[in-house]
Ligand binder design. Structure first.
Ligand code: 13P
Ligand code: SF4
Length: 359
């Protein structure tokens, strides 16, 4: 596709959501990226949160964390460029040690991945010996290496159920843990004495059982951490009530990294791809997506007959680091190469592979 064709294709898809001048400029970058991608035998994986012009121009595959992990595991290309955040690119490397895995920015972190260390997981395992550890893929490789199995927002309940264990350590997203606990009939314990002072001092739910001394009497517990997604923790039940008051027909979708109160007040909760499918398959005229705001634009572009309300939209500052300009430089300069030490990779691989086998 030449620059003119790329511009026309982007215009057709995005003219309602992206200014024309931006589309003209980005079409040129996208064509150059696609040319280099072919020349270097690379594949580009793009997370659903990528900005619209990037999302609709350069990825060979787009999807949620689970779908992109599967694509990363299957590729036969020499280079994988991950247009997403660091933990996603690391997962691709864990699954493909012989490939060169690149991330366009070295600043694309994640508040959940930053919330827990491998030492924290070792301390939890020492405190609760023999209890299986499930970690969300939004963690770094050394944390995955301490885990029995990983999960994503798309399979978290299925992973927990697959373990057939009475008690489970589920890390590090407190809200995802609470949503999954509700779905799987477990109750939450937060081992406060193991949390860093920052987390320990935060407001505790009055109904929480935080008393570790009672451990041993407890059954059916999900022991969780106090990690939060800095985007999804911002959405409130009040936001939902305000929108429903103004738009009574609206269908509200929330990512499971939102609080259980927010997911309960919504009409649907699921992974980023599950939310995309839900809008495609639902006939309602108006939607509010409580997740990263670029995804709202991407869904709006794919569903011109439906109105996507952009109220309470929040952009993830980490996903926002990934641009067409940096992706082009990444291909030109073979930067930033994602490495995982082999000893850590092998242990993390077991946890990721076990998850992928479940679905
Ligand atoms: P998904 O796995 O649902 O794509 O979510 C990834 C993520 O980082 C959500 O904030
Ligand atoms: Fe991490 Fe939240 Fe950004 Fe997803 S949206 S990458 S969980 S900070």
């Amino acid at each position: 596709m030449n620059e003119k064709e790329m511009y026309q294709a982007l215009k057709q898809k995005l003219e309602r959501v992206v200014p024309d001048v931006e589309l003209r400029y980005k079409a040129g970058l996208a064509v150059e990226i696609n040319r280099l991608k072919k020349e270097k035998n690379a594949v580009i994986l793009g997370h659903n949160y990528m900005e619209p012009a990037l999302f609709y121009s350069i990825p060979d595959f787009v999807g949620d964390s689970l779908e992109l992990s599967r694509k990363a595991a299957q590729t036969d290309k020499d280079i994988i460029i991950f247009c997403g955040v660091k933990f996603m690119a690391e997962t691709a490397k864990i699954l493909n040690p012989t490939k060169t895995v690149l991330i366009p920015s070295d600043k694309a972190g994640c508040s959940l991945a930053e919330s827990i260390t491998a030492d924290d997981v070792r301390a939890l395992k020492a405190r609760f010996p023999g209890v299986p550890v499930v970690t969300y893929v939004n963690t770094y490789a050394d944390v995955k290496a301490e885990s029995d199995i990983c999960c994503t927002s798309g399979n978290a309940a299925a992973v927990v159920q697959s373990l057939k264990a009475d008690t489970i350590i589920f890390l590090p997203d407190e809200y995802l843990a609470r949503n999954v606990a509700k779905e799987t009939g477990k109750h939450i314990i937060i081992p406060t004495s193991l949390l860093s002072p920052h987390f320990r001092n935060s407001q505790l739910d009055a109904n929480e059982n935080n008393d570790e001394q009672k451990w041993g009497d407890e059954r059916g517990a999900m022991i969780c951490w106090r990690g939060r997604c800095e985007v999804h923790e911002k959405f409130t039940v009040q936001d939902i009530q305000n929108v429903r008051a103004q738009f009574p027909e609206v269908v509200i979708l929330a990512h499971p990294e939102c609080s259980p109160e927010v997911t309960a007040a919504s009409d649907f909760s699921g992974s980023t791809s599950a939310m995309i499918r839900y809008v495609q398959e639902t006939k309602a005229p108006q939607y509010l997506i409580l997740t990263e705001c670029s995804m709202g634009d991407n869904i709006a572009a794919a569903n011109p007959d439906k109105d996507m309300l952009r109220l309470c939209a929040v952009r993830c500052p980490h996903m926002n680091q990934i641009t067409l300009e940096d992706t082009l430089e990444s291909l030109k300069q073979t930067r930033y190469i994602v490495e995982v030490p082999e000893e850590i990779r092998m242990r993390a691989f077991k946890a990721v592979q076990r998850m992928i086998a479940i679905g």
